[in-house]
Design a protein around this ligand. Structure first.
Ligand SMILES: Nc1ncnc2c1ncn2[C@@H]1O[C@H](COP(=O)(O)OP(=O)(O)O)[C@@H](O)[C@H]1O
Ligand SMILES: [Mg+2]
Length: 392
């Protein structure tokens, strides 16, 4: 039996979406093999754990009284989650506190969406601890999150995308005219986005200068880097997920979100569906499988795999497309998609429980592969060094 720490919540605007993904993963994990340990990251960034955190009711009531604060030490190869136990009965009844092992963890399963979780930061902590973890590594998570860097990498692989340019918030403050003129050279309509975010938060369409100014102001609330993209007017949206590591990849069924206006908003993604009792991305109005002719489907699947490989992704990622007649554009890659896109693989006969097991096995494989890397170099550099003297 392996202890799997499932991390969810997080300092992110997608905090609530992540709670749902985390709950779904713990619920559907194969309990004959794995023991799920909830690690709830609060909006302030504290790590909490406890059985009560396996129950969605705890989050609805915001009652964390039965939860314990836990932490990794951050030292390499210490895979324990620790907690601080305070005891009474010290001298004169004083309290004493001691650090105790809370649980030994075998694999960490990040279910964090957005900033401080899907962007390489949490993955960095896990690399320092040197513990196996599901999903993308530090670099691919970071590149996948930053829409500008993602597009720059995709461009180098000739992956089709709409035109775009980017700038910094301070440039907007200093010289808005310059940015508006640059955008207008590209020609309306535009989509304006914070470079690092998700769930459609902070994103707006701009059809004229007034809307463009407002859209940039909105996006600038969420990130210091802003991207302006050429809009595809009335596109079809097609999403498909890729599962695997290095050259062993599987592709899911394609879905087509429907019923949205202008853009697929947070409400369209998460709220509409929940009215029908379905939670998370599964509830979003969609056609699954999407109705695509064979060539188009093949083309989209190939581009999805190219995008996955372009950032060295691992585990599961969802690639979203904008389709305009025969033209296909990659819009973005989500390296920790909502509900880990289980419903797209279920359509191909891969059950949610098996998807989770496959992701844990990929985590072990990736970890073992990294262990083959030599991380120290025998050098007599220090012997040669006389402290403070410039080395020739
Ligand atoms: N260039 C574009 N043309 C047309 N629609 C777009 C474009 N970019 C984004 N959208 C719309 O906005 C939604 C959110 O944009 P996206 O880049 O996917 O951000 P997020 O990472 O927040 O999901 C998309 O699902 C789509 O509906
Ligand atoms: Mg999106």
């Amino acid at each position: 039996m392996e202890n799997i720490a499932v991390a969810f919540g997080g300092r992110s605007v997608e905090h609530e979406v992540s709670i749902i993904t985390g709950m779904q993963i713990m619920e559907n994990m194969d309990k004959s093999k794995y023991n799920p340990i909830p690690v709830y990251v609060t909006k302030e960034g504290r790590f909490l754990s406890g059985e009560s955190l396996k129950n969605i009711g705890t989050f609805k009531r915001k009652d964390f009284s039965n939860a314990k604060e836990v932490f990794f030490k951050g030292f390499a190869n210490d895979k324990n989650l620790y907690t601080i136990e305070s005891k009474k009965g010290g001298l004169f009844g004083s309290k004493s506190a001691s650090m105790e092992v809370y649980e030994k963890i075998d694999v960490v399963f990040p279910a964090l969406h957005g900033t401080n979780g899907e962007d390489g930061t949490f993955q960095g902590l896990l690399e320092m601890v040197n513990i196996p973890y599901a999903g993308c590594g530090v670099m691919s998570a970071a590149v996948g999150m930053d829409k500008v860097t993602m597009k720059e990498v995709f461009k180098s692989h000739n992956i089709p995308m709409t035109d775009y340019f980017y700038f910094y918030r301070n440039q907007w403050k200093k010289n808005p005219e310059n940015i508006l003129n640059t955008a207008e050279e590209m020609g309306y309509n535009f989509f304006v986005k914070p470079a690092n975010l998700g769930s459609s938060i902070g994103i707006s369409k701009a059809r004229n200068r007034e809307e463009l100014v407002r859209a940039i102001d909105v996006a600038a609330n969420y990130d210091s880097k802003i991207i302006i993209e050429k809009a595809v007017d009335n596109p079809r949206e097609i999403n498909v997920a890729v599962l695997g590591y290095e050259d062993e990849l599987r592709i899911s069924a394609c879905e087509e979100p429907i019923g949205w206006k202008e853009l697929l908003s947070y409400e369209d993604k998460y709220i509409q569906g929940s009215k029908s009792g379905k939670v998370g991305m599964k509830g979003q109005k969609k056609k699954l499988p999407a109705e695509l002719d064979e060539n188009m489907q093949k083309h989209i699947e190939n581009l999805a795999i190219m995008s996955f490989n372009a950032i060295d992704a691992a585990g599961v990622a969802r690639i979203d497309f904008l389709v305009d007649g025969e033209k296909v554009y990659v819009n973005e890659i989500n390296t920790l998609p909502g509900s880990i896109s289980f419903y797209l693989f279920e359509e191909k006969g891969l059950k949610f429980t098996q998807l989770i097991t496959d992701l844990i096995e990929i985590a072990h494989k990736k970890y073992k592969n990294n262990l083959e890397n030599i991380t120290s170099y025998d050098s007599d550099l220090l012997k040669k060094t006389t402290y403070g003297v410039k080395i020739q």
